[in-house]
Design a protein around this ligand. Structure first.
Ligand code: ADP
Length: 410
């Protein structure tokens, strides 16, 4: 049987999966993560489909991403000696303005993706390091890039641009949107399980450490809360979300802060952590009984409600809301606060269903169906990688990516 490895390389972590290619859909046989790459106390956690822990402590530490990948692949080969790896699927944060679907990676297009690193300096270089390490380790396997931005290339121009002189748009200063693999999973899931809703107007809240919202019509993205970078939009664990650019000018000009200091502030010290002064973790804040923790949660919910209303206006109405991501899937409190008093928009939450984390958490009479759907970005990557090896298998029900990014017009 043939297999696909999925890789999602962050700045100090590497998430991975091993999928066997079976007739109807790739099946995960192992998922895991390497944490604290380059630091002390590194560990590999891995769990097989039947719940067996396969991870290992790495007392000698993990020097870099190449080392991490070597250790992960050693673990896979040790635990699954019969695995025949024919493709590696990579999560790549930025595909630029033109990639609206996964691509087969070659040394040439890899270099072109390197040139997008200034757009996502905290993610793209690590993603591409993972690709290079996998190419070296599996020279005969197909290496497939799955872009977080691709799902949003269907945005109309008004949702793709800033009101800057147009030469900035031409140089790539655009609203790219992110979390595209998660949104693609939800869109595909709706097509399979709720085709009527899929065909309508849906807002998906991917609420995790990173958080964003996406408005879809007929399964395609028409608007997203994230913009040029993954700090825009909703507040997140440590990222500030929407911010008046005048604040940045003030910090530079009047407070003498450097680019590095402002980057650290906006990406690492803001959001839930900055507001609460306690933690970036929603579960910790819900359990903490402090005024600042409550304020942080209130701000998170307030911004999510605002974005929900804004995206509903963009969609011209609403048929369904889907919550996903660690907070969206697990926090009944956040879902309740976001949906409370939204009857005017057709949302009526079923309190008990919400508390029970049911799949449908709106009342039967609610005009808008509210759902909780666990996301699965790894499966989206595995499907995409598998399609390059076996083009006739795993054709998604959908072709989300049919948009022509060049075709945008004012
Ligand atoms: P990432 O963006 O890193 O993938 P996740 O999607 O795993 O993040 O989401 C992590 C967030 O989900 C954290 O803020 C965590 O506290 C929150 N979370 C997980 N489980 C719960 C829970 N039971 N209640 C509230 N928040 C939760």
């Amino acid at each position: 049987m043939t297999h696909v490895v999925t890789l999602n390389a962050g700045s100090s972590s590497l998430k991975f999966g091993l999928f066997s290619l079976q007739a109807d859909d790739p099946v995960a046989i192992c998922t895991g993560a390497v944490d604290r790459i380059g630091g002390s106390g590194a560990s590999i956690t891995a769990i097989s489909a039947d719940g067996k822990a396969l991870g290992a402590d790495v007392p000698q530490g993990i020097a870099d991403h190449r080392d991490a990948l070597t250790q992960v692949l050693d673990l896979i080969v040790r635990q699954f000696p019969d695995a025949h790896i024919t493709a590696v699927g990579h999560r790549i944060v930025h595909g630029g303005p033109h990639h609206d679907r996964p691509i087969l990676l070659t040394p040439d297009n890899l270099q072109a993706l390197d040139e997008l690193s200034p757009f996502a300096p905290l993610h793209q270089p690590y993603n591409l390091d993972g690709v290079r390490a996998a190419m070296q380790r599996f020279p005969d396997a197909a290496q497939v890039a799955c872009f977080d931005t691709a799902f949003h290339r269907s945005h109309p121009w008004v949702n793709d641009t800033f009101a800057l002189p147009t030469e900035y748009y031409d140089m790539g200063v655009r609203r790219y949107g992110f979390h595209g693999l998660s949104y693609e999973y939800i869109s595909d899931h709706l097509a399979r399980t709720a085709p009527l809703l899929y065909g309508g107007r849906v807002i998906v809240g991917h609420l995790g450490n990173g958080a964003s919202m996406c408005g879809m019509i007929h399964g395609r993205s028409v608007g997203s809360s994230m913009g040029f970078t993954a700090i825009d939009g909703l507040p997140m664990g440590t990222r500030c979300g929407q911010l008046d650019p005048g604040v940045v000018l003030y910090l530079m000009d009047q407070k003498g802060m450097s680019v590095d200091e402002i980057t650290d502030l906006l990406y690492c010290k803001s959001g839930l952590l900055g507001l609460s002064g306690l933690s970036s973790d929603m579960r910790t804040l819900e359990q903490a009984d402090t005024g600042r923790a409550r304020q942080a949660i209130s701000y998170f919910n307030f911004r999510a409600r605002r974005e929900l209303g804004a995206l509903a206006a963009v969609l011209g109405g609403l048929d369904a809301v889907v919550f996903t991501g660690g907070i969206g899937e697990n926090s009944a409190l956040v879902r309740e606060r976001i949906c409370v008093n939204m009857g005017w928009m057709g949302i009526e939450l079923d309190h008990d269903a919400n508390t029970d984390h049911a799949r449908i958490i709106s009342t039967p009479l609610s005009r808008v169906q509210v759902m909780v759907i666990p996301t699965n970005e790894e499966l989206v990557i595995a499907r995409a990688a598998a399609r390059f090896v076996y083009p006739h298998m795993y054709q998604s029900l959908l072709d989300h990516a049919g948009s022509d990014a060049e075709g945008k017009s004012a």
